[in-house]
Design a protein around this ligand. Structure first.
Ligand code: NAI
Length: 475
């Protein structure tokens, strides 16, 4: 039997997604000898291969199709689009390849030792890797970063092992465009993928166990999206749960329980999008005396350190929110710490974006959280109907809101629904993170006509002084 190869390293990073590869890069840039272990052909993780990037490529197409339909109202008439699925898949895959090849090149140019395989801790100072061709490698390390991400959560009762019952990975493969698609879960994944399939021609039915879309998000922000989805989807059933799925020749028979819902329906495909679970099993945590919490997350402190202080955890496996940019920010903290520079992750303004049509984005404190914490806040809402730019783009159904401290006027949170909200929220992040006051934001001259003015006017609205809205003062 061949002897196990030993690859000594200062830092080993287990998992090469948007947490792992930035951690490896940041550490290598600080002169640390890094080994990065990932199963993929190149690093990239769920975000590049099966999540953020492919879904955004497809959402771009969905938005284009929707716009061509809207254009009728502006006197521009397009014909029905001709959908060539294999070309769409090629377009999406090319984008993914460009990005992952770029990451691979950056890895090489930084001198990072990349091992393709599955890694597992055998002790608190060594990881064992089994490569794709069955070869074993031992990687003794001084420091480790666990960035193994998360996987779709599929309850056993719904796991038919039938390709017509899909998770988000399978749905983004775009095998076909089902005539009847059921989406279980009105969270971020359900709504984004619902947008894609409905634009491509599927009749989408949405089932959600709570009372509305995107539980936890401020209701004034979800309103415009819910209205839009009502016109795009075949049906939306809230306070409804799926009890059983059964595979048959004519489709997947679904038994449901809820208000105003036909209890048994047949669909050509079903997407289960009811959350993700951290990948903390099968990585040998029992060998390093780290016990994940009841949801499977690894407990960390503000410095990303686990109970074994030389082992760090970042990204989805280290707790919510499960967002690529949060993972990347945590990666930089861990790399700083390992290079001997104290650092802490400041989670005050981590933005969230739902890339639907319209988009929803928020950062910092939400109104829902303020209410829950009984925290007094001032909230302003600037309606996009009063924005010249939104009107000229025919997207007046948006809102930009600012949540601020009533005494200090400090901006605590920003929420936006509307076209391009995901791009606009960055200004909100800067405002919240830099403790900007509403007056300071109101005094920043914004270019006209742009959607960014809605942030300035929302800040002005805190003082009842927005130019394009008027509220009579109470006497
Ligand atoms: P989610 O937690 O966002 O939403 C799941 C939804 O399913 C919830 O509305 C929940 O009430 C509902 N649900 C749960 N069990 C159900 C049941 N048995 N029947 C009906 N409804 C049920 O989870 P999702 O959408 O799967 O996303 C997973 C993670 O991925 C999230 O943490 C999200 O932040 C992240 N993600 C972020 C994206 C972004 O930033 N744009 C894009 C995609 C994913």
């Amino acid at each position: 039997m061949a002897e196990e190869e030993i690859v000594e390293t200062e830092l080993v990073v287990l998992g090469g997604g948007p947490g792992g590869y930035p951690a490896a890069f940041a550490a290598a840039d600080r002169g640390i000898k890094v080994t990065l272990i990932d199963e993929g052909i190149t690093p990239g993780g769920v975000c590049l291969y099966r999540g953020c990037i492919p879904s955004k490529a497809l959402l771009h197409i969905a938005h284009l199709i929707n716009e061509t339909k809207e254009a009728k109202a502006w006197g521009v008439h397009f014909g029905e689009p001709e959908i060539k699925l294999h070309e769409i898949r090629d377009y999406k895959n090319q984008i993914v390849s460009k990005m992952t090849e770029g990451i691979s090149t950056l890895c090489k140019s930084r001198g990072i030792n990349l091992i393709r395989g599955r890694g597992r801790f055998s002790s608190a100072n060594q990881i064992e890797v089994v490569t794709e061709d069955g070869e074993k490698k031992g990687v003794p390390f001084t420091h480790a970063i666990i960035s193994t991400g998360s996987s779709p959560l599929i309850p056993e009762a719904l796991d038919l092992k039938d390709p017509r019952v899909m998770d988000s990975t399978a749905a983004l493969e775009l095998e076909d465009i089902p005539e009847r698609l059921l989406i279980i879960g009105a969270g971020v994944i359900g709504l984004e993928i619902g947008n894609i399939y409905s634009a491509l021609g599927s009749q989408v039915t949405l089932v959600e166990m709570t009372a509305g879309i995107l539980p936890g998000v401020d209701r004034d922000l979800t309103g415009p999206l819910r209205r839009q989805l009502a016109s795009q989807f075949q049906a939306m059933h809230f306070k409804t749960t799926v009890k059983e799925l059964k595979a048959g020749d004519s489709g997947i028979t679904v038994k449901m329980e809820g208000e105003d819902v036909e209890p048994e329906q047949i669909f050509d495909r079903v997407l289960i999008a009811i959350g993700r679970r951290p990948n903390s099993k099968e990585i040998g945590l029992e060998n390093i005396e780290i016990e994940p919490d009841e949801k499977g997350f690894i407990t960390i402190d503000k410095r990303q350190q686990t109970s074994q202080t030389h082992i760090y955890a970042i990204g989805d496996v280290a707790g919510e929110p499960m967002l690529a940019h949060k993972a990347t920010a945590e990666a930089k903290v861990a790399a700083c710490m390992i290079s001997g520079k104290p650092a802490e992750f400041d989670r005050i303004a981590v933005p969230s974006v739902v890339y639907t049509d319209p988009e929803i984005a928020w950062c910092g404190l939400t109104e829902t959280e303020a209410r829950k914490n009984k925290q007094k806040v001032n909230v302003s809402r600037f309606p996009w109907a009063a924005s010249g730019r939104a009107q000229s783009m025919s997207h007046p159904d948006g809102i930009t809101k600012i949540i601020c401290d009533p005494d200090t006027e400090r901006i605590l949170g920003v929420g936006i629904v509307g076209s391009g909200a995901g791009e606009l929220i960055a200004e909100g992040v800067v405002a919240v993170k830099s403790s900007m006051t509403a007056r300071e934001l109101a005094e920043c001259v914004h270019p006209h006509p742009t959607l960014s003015e809605t942030l300035m006017e929302s800040a002005e609205a805190i003082f009842g002084q927005a130019t394009h809205t008027h509220r009579k003062k109470k006497l």
